[in-house]
Design a protein around this ligand. Sequence first.
Ligand code: NOJ
Length: 535
Amino acid sequence: MTERTTLAGELKWWQRGIIYQIYPRSFQDSGGDGVGDLRGITARLPYLASLGIEAVWLSPIFTSPMRDFGYDVADYCNIDPLFGTLADFDELVAGAHALGLKIMLDYVPNHTSSDHAWFRESTASRDSEKRDWYVWRDPAPDGGPPNNWVSFFGGPAWTLDPASGQYYLHQFLPSQPDLNWRNPQVRAAMGDVLRFWMRRGVDGFRVDVIWLLAEDERFLDEPENPAWTPGTVEHAKLDHIYTQDQPETHDYIREMRRVLDEFDDRMMVGEIYLPMEKLLPYAGTADAQMVHLPFNFHLILLPWQAGVVRAFADGYDAASRAAGAWPNWVLGNHDQHRFKTRVGAAQYRVAQTLLLTLRGTPTVYYGDEIGMQNVPIPLDRMVDPAGLQQPDVPAASRDPERTPMQWDETENAGFTGAGITPWLPLADDAVAVNVAAQEADSASDLHYFRALSRLRREHPALLAGSYTSLDTGAEDVLAYRRELEGETVTVLLNFGAGTHDLGDLGNGDTLLSSEGDRPQPGAPLRPNEARIVLG
Ligand code: NOJ
């Protein structure tokens, strides 16, 4: 069978566009309490539109006691007062749509908050109508937890409810009890949550820990992971063969997808940390009604080396094509250290260029477009439960990548008013690294980001074209061609500090260079340079 190339005009919005993640606590405070909110985001819509992005994904904004900063939902169909009201939300959606931006919400189906009415009812007695909405088990014969499963944040994944004498499962905090997705009533109630927001105009969902929905019914101990190294999180000590990636999860996703398909042109992207061969079966294709995009986090997880990235990109691109799945790429999110800090400042634009020119949908984390870095958080300001519960694992806290957006050089960087203490400290470099300063500097990271997003729109080959990596003869250089209907765009990325003469490779007009100039066709690739050429 000959493969037909996709034409740029045939792409769906979630294939064509850039998804931009906002961590609402940290984007813009309008209420003067040091925490970002919906009205703040609405006020920044013109900025978001100026980035040339397609969709904005908001981390959770629902009613929550905020023990995991919103990933512990107490009411799926309301907005937490910290962020505003349903009316504020409607205004945000209307404002975004007026500017051509889609709105995606964070759907958290694996667990609720222990403050959710469902859990309260479930805990009320063993005979409660909602008892089976959560995962309850009798203690082990010694009275301890039913098995050895551990929470992502350290410690057992089970907590005893003394009143009933049973343990409930929580893969995260004890205040985040796991819903029992085997129960059809749970699935129906959670489907209604999706309908509620789609009726309000929501275009799509990022689905939290979607690969964890089902557990093996035998509740056996998980085996030890021989690759675990001390100093890393306790959760990695076990090989999660009974709590992750279970066959039933695929059935639940198909059911979720049917709900989405009741509405026009909606999508979901699933949070899934799995190796490629286990990740791709989650992808929606002509034959599989699964998630439209299963997040591909491998650029975050792989060593930053040209050869390693090439090998992965080649394999993933080919496997996606074979499966009929649309690829996607991520460099950062609210759970991962800032990519500029990870790859190093010198490689920042190389990484940004890679993200925005590989075949597939890129997801961008707020602030990465201006080069925000990890912010060291003093112990007495640490708030992330993942860090607080695992003091022996210094990298466990996610606070450093969640700090307030840097808008300008004023006190609190325009995130909140002067004299107000923001919920997390601002970066020391906010005076220099901020949106206002970068707007005024045509050589800034912000303008570089906009140039990349513009190139994507101007060159259909970058959106819909094929991907072919090229032999460069230089270990540090990754090069690939994107081709569509006679147009060829070549991307040259120097992962190292050497200069490389690449001969005929990319011997065309420069469309963009990370150095801010337009080198002559065939000019050697400079240290840490990213260059995009025509032809
Ligand atoms: C994954 C989310 O990305 C993370 O921030 C959260 O702590 C856990 N799921 C629990 O919901």
